[in-house]
Design a protein around this ligand. Structure first.
Ligand code: CMC
Length: 431
């Protein structure tokens, strides 16, 4: 038993239970309730897991009150400024920044695993031309499990590494193919001399008929966006990957479950929802009206890109991306973009409004990411695919950590049953 304990007392019976308290490097302590059901015959109730730590993790730390985000201890601001997505992926997977040779080997391995089996193309042909790209991504990522199943041994660290590198490498290729199917153009194969982000841009935008010049500003902005999305503790999609993975399922199937969870507008679909909202607001003159709608409890409208389960101060990713957004729009000659003007106005008014101030609702990363994606020429329904691509190293790192953790068991939450009490079946003619 750890020295720090908490005693739980049932006020109806007077029965007490002393529970150990576990401490992490940073952040609140956690009361270890593993023995609760056995000793106390009770569960805990925490819908949405607002007070529940589902695992221990060495990967990412967020201090929502301070607006701090650390990957393996490194502040996101430093990584966004000085690192690149593949180095950050290495950091998330293996715990430390790589030595030069390690980074070269890792980059080479990712670069050489970007090709997908040619027959995977047929999956895309099964989709209608206007299928949502997240539907294609979720399905095709899952289908990778059919190509890599018998060869994977999740209990072998080397096999897990190969799997991790394969998924990080193939995501841009799959995303590129989904995009090309969506816009009705021929698929573009990966090119090994390009960086991860430049390769992605090339697979999205190059055409056989003309030369495509990759803008260094677009390449850098995209790489930075991927870094900012790379991991975020036990969010809904990551927890889904862990939960699916806890059954020992094929890791590509677990990643596909992560894509499905990410798609929703409360999570990775928020960047798309922000632009749809800006379109709906239409003009700065309508901002006040929409702020009132967002505050009205009888109106389902919410300010998309505002609020966060964990950040109760400015989302540090939003601060970084806000500056990048202005830079990219300037580079693309879109600094007078009416939607940017609208977004700035909305932010300005909401940040002064008591409703948002009292509830600590600040812009999150997705408030500005959609504007950048749009400036890069990416259609709205594709935004979440890029979020998924960025989040992939986080999903994989968390999956690897979970599989290697001897304390981790199959995820199986409990419930408070509130349905009908036990009753007898009545034949249909007697009901
Ligand atoms: N607009 C208006 N009111 C809001 C908003 C919003 N965007 N977000 C929260 N609130 C209100 C909510 O109505 C509630 O008010 P009250 O206390 O009076 O009932 C209070 O703020 C707390 O909200 P909550 O829904 O209990 O908070 P949550 O932690 O369950 O939800 C959230 C977090 C991100 C789902 C939510 O803030 C939201 O729906 N935001 C808009 C969607 C969005 O931008 N999502 C992207 C999140 S960042 C990307 C990622 O990491 O996935």
């Amino acid at each position: 038993m750890s020295k720090h304990t908490v005693t739980l007392t049932d006020n109806a019976t007077g029965k007490s239970l002393e529970l150990p308290v576990r401490e992490g490097t940073h952040g609140p302590t956690a009361i270890d309730i593993k023995s609760l059901y056995g000793e106390f015959d009770a569960f805990t109730y925490d819908p949405g897991f607002t007070s529940t730590a589902s695992c221990r993790s060495d990967i990412t730390f967020i201090d929502g009150d301070q607006g701090t985000l650390l990957y393996r201890g490194y502040p996101i601001e430093q990584l966004a400024e000085h690192s690149n997505f593949l180095e950050v992926s290495y950091l998330l997977l293996y715990g430390n920044l790589p030595q030069k040779a390690e980074l070269e080997n890792f980059t080479d391995s990712i670069t050489r695993h970007t090709m997908v089996n040619e027959s995977l193309k047929n999956f895309f042909n099964g989709f209608h031309y206007n299928a949502h790209p997240m539907a294609m991504l979720t399905a095709v990522v899952g289908s990778l499990s059919a190509f890599y199943h018998d060869s994977i041994d999740i209990n072998d660290p080397a096999s897990r590494d190969l799997c991790a590198q394969r998924i990080i490498a193939k995501m841009p290729t799959i995303a590129g193919a989904a995009f090309k199917h969506f816009v009705g153009e021929p698929f573009v194969y990966p090119k090994n001399h390009l960086s991860y982000s430049a390769n992605l841009l090339n697979m999205l935008f190059s055409r056989p008929s003309e030369e495509y010049k990759i803008s260094p500003v677009a390449e850098k902005a995209l790489d930075q966006l991927l870094i900012l999305h790379a991991d975020h503790e036990q969010n809904a999609s990551t927890s889904t990957v862990r939960l699916a993975g806890s059954t020992g399922t094929n890791p590509f199937a677990a990643m596909s479950a992560g894509c499905a969870a990410l798609w929703g507008p409360a999570h990775g679909g928020a960047n798309e929802a922000v632009l749809r909202m800006l379109e709906e607001i239409g003009d700065v003159r309508n901002v006040a009206k929409f702020i009132e709608k967002a505050k009205d409890k009888d109106d389902p409208f919410r300010l998309m890109g505002f609020g966060h389960r964990v950040y109760k101060n400015y989302d540090p990713r939003a601060t970084i991306i806000r500056d990048t957004c202005h830079e990219v729009l300037q580079e693309m000659g879109m600094e007078n973009d009416p939607q940017l003007e609208l977004a700035v106005k909305l932010e300005e008014i909401a940040l002064k409004d008591d409703y948002f101030v009292e509830r600590k609702l600040y812009p999150n990363v997705d408030f500005y990411s959609g504007l950048i994606y749009r400036a890069l020429g990416i259609p709205m329904s594709f935004f979440t695919v890029l979020f998924a691509l960025g989040r992939t190293p986080g999903w994989v790192a968390q999956w690897m950590e979970m599989v290697a953790d001897p304390e981790q068991r199959i995820g199986r939450p409990r419930q408070i049953y509130t349905g009908a009490a036990k009753r007898d079946y009545v034949p249909v003619d007697k009901r």
